[in-house]
Write a protein that binds this ligand. Structure first.
Ligand code: MG
Length: 258
């Protein structure tokens, strides 16, 4: 009798387990299709892959993220370089010239990438979007011209804190996906200027949770940055894109939900 009871219990646990798995799988099927991973400044888990290096871009490409993000500055003589901060090793990128900036070396021995070199590496893997952040308005025209020259208009998405820079890209490339970063305008407001997505910080979106629905109702998508943990919270909020330093962890989580 004990044996029969044990068997019945085991079968019941298995059936319950199946139901849970099915439920999770159906929820995750949508999530898999919906939530996209953007590698913030490439994937840079160790010093051999400094952020915004070609090495970090290649690593993100190997992971198979939806997109890899990077930051662009224009030098005083019109050079375009990939780096996060305005200054690097005491050199103000926007006020210096290409002969100086081009000699700056990253922690893995790479020279600071030119935008051309960075985009050429990006072009090799067309399935990974290139999420190009304009750090200032002055970088817009040259970056657009280079993207056009390389014929990768469809692979590049544009982001900027500068609203004027967003509008400028939309003016030059009306079909481009442009996302505003600063978090001080509603989705409807930016859409009226041709900006088709909001890419707001986790804090800004938490203070305006209604903007997620408003964006979706307008056919826009929502990108949240920079989320390195608490992924489930944002998945449940229904965001479309998560920009993260932890691309591998997020990809693994999404796979486990499949
Ligand atoms: Mg950035």
């Amino acid at each position: 009798m004990k044996k029969i009871f044990a068997i019945l219990l085991a079968v019941s646990v298995m059936l319950t387990g199946c139901q849970v798995t099915k439920k999770t799988a159906s929820r995750a099927a949508g999530i898999q299709d919906k939530v996209k991973v953007v590698a913030h400044r490439g994937y840079h888990p160790s010093p051999e892959y400094p952020e915004n290096s070609i090495a970090a871009l290649k690593y993100a490409q190997e992971l198979g993220v939806y997109g890899s993000e990077f930051d662009v500055w224009r030098t005083a003589d019109g050079g375009l370089y990939v780096n996060h901060d305005r200054s690097f090793k005491g050199v103000n990128l926007a006020k210096s010239t290409s002969d100086v900036v081009g000699e700056l070396t990253l922690s893995n021995g790479e020279k600071m990438p030119t935008l051309r070199a960075y985009l050429e590496q990006g072009k090799k893997v067309p399935s990974v979007k290139l999420i190009l952040e304009l750090k200032h308005y002055e970088a817009a025209d040259g970056s657009v011209a280079l993207v056009k020259e390389l014929g990768i208009e469809k692979q590049v998405e544009w982001i900027a804190f500068s609203y004027e820079a967003c509008k400028r890209v939309h003016e030059l490339l009306p079909d481009a996906i442009v996302q505003y970063l600063n978090g001080d305008k509603s989705p409807s407001e930016v859409l009226a200027d041709g900006i088709v997505a909001i890419d707001y910080s986790a804090n800004k979106l938490k203070s305006h949770p209604e903007w997620i629905k408003e964006a979706h109702d307008n056919g826009m998508f929502v990108n949240v940055w920079t989320v390195n943990s608490d992924f489930e919270y944002w998945i449940d909020q229904g965001v479309d894109v998560i920009t993260t330093n932890e691309s591998e962890a997020l990809l693994n989580l999404l796979k486990s939900m499949k």
